[in-house]
Design a protein around this ligand. Structure first.
Ligand code: MEV
Length: 357
């Protein structure tokens, strides 16, 4: 072993602004304190192989340098064909367990075989996958940061964000970058795309009010984030007025939601969350069973919205946020069938260096 590093990265939830963020509207995001730990060790002599161990997603295998290079070339071509030359409709996300980690390792460990080294990457995660909790962003950030640290290079946070966003594109197609910012920086962030990239502003004062949101996993959607973003893009082509109207409502909810959190107005949050959810339903990103469950919560005086890309089919729409003006109501609330309460802290610390075992 010639170098080792470990980092941990939180998950994320989008309080307000999903989907609209892809088109430059602001989003209010926060980090979730269920973490992914990435440990990277470099060994010598080697030939540039990547040894991947991801208990939990069934990826424990080695990639020879030419295989890893082939994966990277293929994925780069898929992305370029879809987004540099096309309208995104031909995009296909990575589908082999561990592929995203291989891409992140390869881009972070340039010159591995020339240096006659191998790299071992272990990923242990408490973040649910494919359900709006930010696991791909955490993976992209964690592997990028741990690889650089293991090779004795420290990468500025802005450079980690840029590198991780390039990796996340292979999973999400054209991500806004808000997921990467949330898991990297932690806390509560107001993110908005500007000409030179995604600007972020810490909204630390909102952190004290995050207890207003209760989190539930409504079941994994069949569609990936990339597919849901592509579905919204198609809807926008077909019916621009409907989609632009929904984006405007999502932006208004994000602004009002931020103000309500800053002023501690939990009662106002209920109406704001309802409006955000209605706009997301207008985008057709909320599974019908989840819509029905949310109507029942509204009938009891509360509100709920999906968080993240959502989903139309499969077990559910992933992460759902629930608010109610009466804190006691949450104790009495019996979650709908298939929903699992996700009792994790919001406003968590972002990327953190850990002690490599
Ligand atoms: C995914 O977590 C959130 C989306 O807004 C996509 C993005 O912002 O990249 C649906």
């Amino acid at each position: 072993m010639i170098g080792a590093a470990a980092v941990s990265v939180p998950g994320k939830t989008i309080l307000f602004g999903e989907h609209a963020a892809v088109y430059g509207h602001p989003a209010l995001v926060t980090a979730l304190d269920h973490r992914m730990t990435v440990t990277v060790t470099a060994s010598s002599p080697g030939n540039g192989a990547i040894h991947l161990d991801m208990p939990g997603c069934g990826a424990a295998r080695s990639f020879a340098p030419d295989e890893a290079a082939r994966i990277a070339a293929y994925r780069t071509a898929v992305w370029a064909r879809a987004f540099a030359d096309g309208d995104g409709s031909s995009f296909r996300p990575v589908d082999i367990p561990g592929e995203l980690a291989v891409l992140a390792t390869l881009t972070s460990c340039v010159g591995l075989s020339a240096a006659r080294r191998d790299v071992h990457v272990r990923v242990e995660s408490a973040i649910p996958t494919g359900s709006g909790f930010g696991s791909s962003a955490a993976l992209a950030v964690g592997v990028t940061a741990a690889c650089h640290l293991a090779f004795g290079r420290s990468l500025p946070v802005d450079d980690i964000a840029e590198a991780a966003l390039r990796i996340e594109r292979h999973q999400h197609g054209s991500p806004s970058g808000v997921d990467v910012q949330a898991v990297l920086r932690g806390g509560v962030l107001w993110c908005r795309r500007e000409p030179l990239g995604l600007a972020h502003e810490e909204v630390g004062a909102a952190a004290g009010r995050l207890g207003a949101f209760r989190l539930f996993h409504s079941g994994s959607p069949a569609e990936s984030t990339g597919e849901m973003v592509a579905a919204v893009r198609r809807l926008r082509d077909e019916d621009p007025a409907r989609v632009e109207g929904a984006f405007a409502a999502i932006e208004a909810a994000a602004r009002e939601g931020r103000a309500a959190l800053l002023s501690g107005d939990d009662a106002a949050l209920v109406a704001i969350v309802r409006r955000a959810e209605a706009a997301l339903e207008a985008l057709d990103v909320v599974h019908s069973d989840v819509r029905a469950a949310i109507r029942a919560i509204e009938a009891e005086g509360g509100a709920a919205k999906i968080s993240g890309a959502g989903g139309r089919s499969g077990a559910g729409a992933g992460l759902v946020l629930v608010v109610h003006p009466d804190p006691g109501w949450h104790r009495r609330f019996a979650p709908p069938a298939g929903w699992i309460a996700h009792g994790v802290g919001l406003g968590a610390q972002g990327l953190r260096e850990e002690i490599a075992a």
